[in-house]
Design a binder for this molecule. Structure first.
Ligand SMILES: [Zn+2]
Length: 269
């Protein structure tokens, strides 16, 4: 499933080929994604893309008088293909722009392509999203303030997108290892020092993943985050029973909120 780093890698990959360019055509081959692709996308040709932003795992193509909101869902990816390239079975949506075609492939059809003429931040899918972990909004003080009244275990707290967006299962486990915090600790019990360590660890983990994704970027963008470079170098994620790279203890696996958590009881207190 594409996570925040893959979506950010996708954004960086597609933005240079979209910004300042005019949309010349749109093709909808299958409108039934997570939500139906609105027929209003047929009005996109003639509009220019001013910016490509990301909010959580949503890509926002700013067209001045509206935004195209794209979500990759469980299995979506975007790639550029030359005009006239025959679509595959799962290639549901195209935007022809700047002499190239940006094509959405989404085998499981949990992705989304939506158009809004209101400010993107006001859209029902966007407006309740938590703070961006890579922005300055996620500071030690903010994390401390957010967590004060929470009795939830910190691992589950981090994965709740209403507070902080985009800290998926891999990144929550890895960040807690780097910060030396037991994933079962109650969020409200974290000290100011813990929050400083954790906010830095979240940013470092996500940036490492973005760099790893970026290094494999060619014409294809939006890879599967559970595979590849980043996971092979994980400190704890998916390493149950293996030895901790720091202290040599066995990595443990537990279940929290129906998700697997990996941690080192030696390093994480
Ligand atoms: Zn350890």
């Amino acid at each position: 499933m594409p996570e925040l780093p893959e979506v950010e890698v996708t954004r960086r990959g597609i933005a240079p080929k979209l910004v300042g360019k005019s949309i010349t055509a749109v093709a909808v081959r299958e409108a039934r994604l997570r939500w139906r692709i609105p027929s209003s996308v047929s009005e996109l040709p003639g509009r220019s893309v001013r910016a490509v932003r990301r909010r959580g795992k949503y890509l926002l193509l700013d067209c001045g008088d509206g935004h195209l909101i794209v979500h990759l869902g469980m299995s979506g990816s975007l790639r550029f293909v030359p005009p006239g390239t025959a679509p595959g079975k799962h290639d549901h949506f195209d935007i022809e722009i700047g002499g190239s075609v940006l094509r959405l492939r989404d085998p499981r059809r949990f992705g989304a392509v939506l158009w809004t003429e209101a400010p993107a931040e006001a859209h029902p899918l966007i407006r309740h999203l938590g703070i961006e972990p890579l922005s300055r909004a996620l500071s030690a003080a903010r994390l401390h303030a957010l967590s004060r009244s929470s009795a939830v275990q910190i691992k589950s707290f981090l994965m709740d997108g209403r507070r902080i967006v985009g800290v998926g299962n891999i990144y929550a486990s890895e960040s807690l290892f780097l910060a030396g915090i037991d994933p079962r600790k109650r969020a409200g019990r974290l000290s100011a020092e813990h929050c400083a360590l954790l906010s830095k660890s979240i940013k470092r983990t996500l940036r490492t993943a973005i760099r790893a994704g970026g290094s494999s970027l060619r014409d294809f963008v939006g890879s599967d985050g559970t595979e590849g470079y980043f996971q092979r170098r994980a400190w704890v994620y998916d390493r149950a029973g293996e030895t901790c790279r720091r202290c040599g203890a066995a990595i443990r696996k537990i279940v929290q909120g129906q998700r697997a958590t990996y941690f080192c009881a030696g390093c994480q207190k």
